[in-house]
Design a protein around this ligand. Structure first.
Ligand code: 5GP
Length: 114
């Protein structure tokens, strides 16, 4: 499987602005932020996209989402709210083939998404 930029961030071979790390996830700031707060959360156990989660252990999947919620809390976004986005596959416009949840906050979001 081809190494992605997020594999390299996880391995520490390219730098990132880390906001949280534990045994399950790494969270770091998006290099091209689309909101005042824009953080990416990735599972340490690699998944290519959201679809792969259908075959994963329930606890592992649950932990990923729980940790993402804790990251949003840690970022101080709970009171005003925020958006969690997972782009999956080509039509989802996923550009990095390593599952990641975007946490976007600090401004009013719009709907529908583009
Ligand atoms: P996607 O389009 O796959 O859902 O999101 C990929 C995200 O990764 C984009 O928001 C993009 O700005 C971000 N990104 C791409 N390369 C890097 C990088 O080297 N470092 C960081 N921190 N973010 C990156």
């Amino acid at each position: 499987m081809e190494e992605t930029i997020f594999d390299k961030i996880l391995a520490g071979t390219i730098p990132s602005a880390k906001v949280y790390e534990d045994e399950d996830v790494l969270a770091f700031r998006d290099v091209n932020p689309q909101a005042p707060t824009h953080v990416l959360v990735i599972p340490k156990k690699r998944a290519v996209n959201f679809t792969e989660l259908k075959d994963r252990d329930e606890e592992e999947v649950g932990r990923f989402f729980q940790k993402a919620a804790r990251v949003a809390d840690k970022l101080g976004l709970d009171e005003e709210g925020y958006r969690v986005v997972i782009n999956s596959g080509r039509h989802g416009q996923q550009t990095v083939a390593y599952l990641h949840a975007h946490i976007l906050g600090g401004r009013q979001m719009n709907w529908p998404p583009g």
